[in-house]
Design a protein around this ligand. Structure first.
Ligand code: FES
Ligand SMILES: [Fe+2]
Length: 345
């Protein structure tokens, strides 16, 4: 294989999304025991449903008979039945019954891939295996998910942009005081600064040099086996009550090359009565403002051409953007090389 071909395979892998990763695909409440939930991750269509024990099943959204989407079907005794001709498949992707045809040879056949699923903090995560990491590693969770002193809300949104734009956007604190300049605390602080990038134990921290704690001034990426996410703080004025800053924890799931689904947890370290009052205030007043901010990001990213990176001219502020791209490219290179090696055996 020529270097050019390999380079394009690596670029294609970065663009479609890394394998060997856990990706959030839905809110927990969206996956029910009474009807299937269709999702798309890295261009692959999946169907999820909850078994009687509450455990979530996830298989390819493809009927083994003639390919109808199983997500259009129904749940029968914990299995999924195709709407087209009634074929029933279980959570392992095995055909359980072909009701239209007695003693059909399809029965008992493992026809579809199934995927590992786990739930955390109101979200459903699916593991997309890679050649070198076919078994799912444990899903590493942000420490705020594990500490009961933190409370928060999950919001999800589908954006018509490649997930790389959503990650770039999170690695770019400098857009806060421009794009979001009319929003709440995000207008504070200077519009000129330098950026600094520091390595952390599991990823990197990118921050404005001239101000911290006034605006969206820094973000930190955590990159671990099977998982990439980021967090940042939005300073709250005293008027927002006790509890300090609001922390945003973000995951970006590649849906297909033109679409991503973002999962943002908006969290605060606040307990007792203050917790209840923040949760109330959030629902009553703050949530809408935060949605408006998120919409500004969505509209901007959707307006950018898919191949913007071919013409862009980065400058000093794009340290974080460059770093997250390097991380993705390095991981994609390792995956592609491992796959080529396996294919050559
Ligand atoms: S396509 Fe599903 S049963 Fe025929
Ligand atoms: Fe933003």
């Amino acid at each position: 294989m020529s270097t050019v071909d390999k380079k394009s395979l690596i670029e294609a892998r970065v663009n479609s999304g890394l394998l060997g990763q856990w990706y959030p695909v839905a809110k927990s409440v969206e996956v029910k025991a009474t009807m299937p939930y269709g999702a798309k991750v890295l261009g692959q269509k999946l169907v999820l449903w909850r078994g009687a024990d509450g455990k979530i099943n996830c298989i390819e959204d493809f009927c083994p008979h003639r390919g109808a989407p199983l997500s259009f079907g129904e749940i029968h005794d914990g299995n999924i039945g195709c709407r087209y001709h009634g074929v029933i498949v279980n959570g392992e992707g095995v055909v359980v019954r072909v009701p239209a045809m007695p003693e059909c040879a399809l029965e008992g056949r493992k026809a579809l891939k199934h995927f590992e699923v786990t739930e955390a903090q109101d979200a459903v995560f699916v593991y997309l295996p890679s050649a070198t990491q076919p078994e799912a590693p444990p899903l590493g969770l942000p420490k705020e998910f594990l500490d009961p002193a933190w409370t928060g809300f999950l919001c999800t949104s589908v954006w018509g942009a490649n997930y790389r734009y959503a990650l770039d956007n999170l690695a770019d604190p400098m857009h806060g005081c421009y794009l979001h300049s009319e929003s709440f605390t995000l207008a504070y602080g200077s519009k000129q600064d330098l950026m600094r990038l520091d390595k952390t134990e599991k990823g990197f921290h990118v921050t404005r040099v001239g101000q911290v704690g006034e605006n969206f001034d820094w973000s930190e990426f955590v990159v671990e086996l099977g998982n990439v996410y980021c967090f940042l703080d939005i300073p709250y004025p005293p008027a927002a009550g006790p509890g300090g800053n609001m922390r945003i924890i973000g995951f970006c799931t590649p849906v297909d090359e033109q679409t991503c689904k973002v999962f943002f947890w908006r969290m605060r370290r606040v307990e007792g009565l203050a917790r209840e009052s923040w949760r109330f205030l959030y629902r009553a007043a703050l949530e809408e403002r935060h949605w408006n901010v998120l919409e500004q990001d969505r509209v901007m990213l959707e307006g950018m051409p898919d191949d913007a990176r071919k013409r862009e001219m980065l400058y000093q502020h794009d340290l974080g953007v460059s770093r997250i791209r390097q991380i993705l490219t390095k991981a994609a290179k390792e995956q592609v090389e491992a796959e080529l090696e396996l294919a050559a055996q």
